[in-house]
Write a protein of this length. Structure first.
Length: 220
């Protein structure tokens, strides 16, 4: 009698060595769960810990009142102190030069890094901007500070996230909020001008970051 066989994952399974169907399904489900859970996790941020929001005018909150900036709104959402260390007009080279002092001063448990927009607007060297962002991340990690990267959209009609942020996040295995700034700046009712959100836009950013922190285990 001819032996019947099937192929699964490149392996031939005969009647003698064929797994039960439910076991095959369990193996596939386990592999899918492993793939879905491989995104970077964050350490839990205690209620008395400090979070440092570091960047340029998008962090500072240009276009809204200080209490409406995304760091201020995020603080109310997650119940942790969030320090706003945004400097309008700053480029990544300047951010890199001041970050160490602020880390030593504030001693945060987590750094929210949203930088590079002014480099992109001024058409500065993108590779150098990416390297500066990498160095900021490494500087924080050397001080035992966890990092979340917030992508800034590339200038243009599409306002799609600049690919360098995704590349950096993949390379250094850190969580990234990749979409919210592009979504906000593409929505006129959420903007105060061409490149800055208004209060509603900053709230949307804060809500997205809060959701990412919860998803990755930093807060409840």
């Amino acid at each position: 009698m001819k032996r019947r066989s099937i192929h699964f994952g490149g392996v031939m399974l005969t009647r003698q060595n064929r797994f039960p169907a439910f076991l095959l399904l369990a193996i596939v489900a386990s592999a899918l769960l492993t793939a879905c859970s491989s995104s970077p996790r964050l350490p839990h941020i205690g209620s008395d810990a400090v979070i440092l929001a570091f960047g340029d005018s998008l962090t500072f909150g240009t276009g809204a009142e200080p209490a409406e900036s995304y760091p201020a709104v995020l603080e109310t959402i997650i119940g942790r102190r969030v320090v706003n260390a945004g400097v309008p007009g700053e480029v990544t080279a300047e951010g890199l030069s001041r970050l160490s002092k602020i880390l030593d001063q504030e001693k945060p448990a987590l750094l929210l890094l949203c930088h590079g927009g002014n480099d992109l607007l001024r058409r500065l060297n993108r590779q150098q901007a990416a390297n500066n962002i990498r160095e900021m991340i490494r500087l924080a990690r050397n001080k035992k500070v966890a990092v979340v990267l917030i992508a800034v959209p590339a200038p243009g009609l599409s306002l799609s996230p600049n690919p360098m942020y995704h590349e950096i996040a993949e390379e250094l295995s850190i969580p990234i909020e990749e979409e919210v700034l592009s979504a906000v700046l593409a929505n006129s009712p959420l903007k105060s001008d061409y490149i800055h959100p208004n209060a509603a836009g900053y709230r949307r950013i804060a809500e997205s970051i809060a959701a990412l922190l919860k998803k990755n285990g930093a807060v409840e």
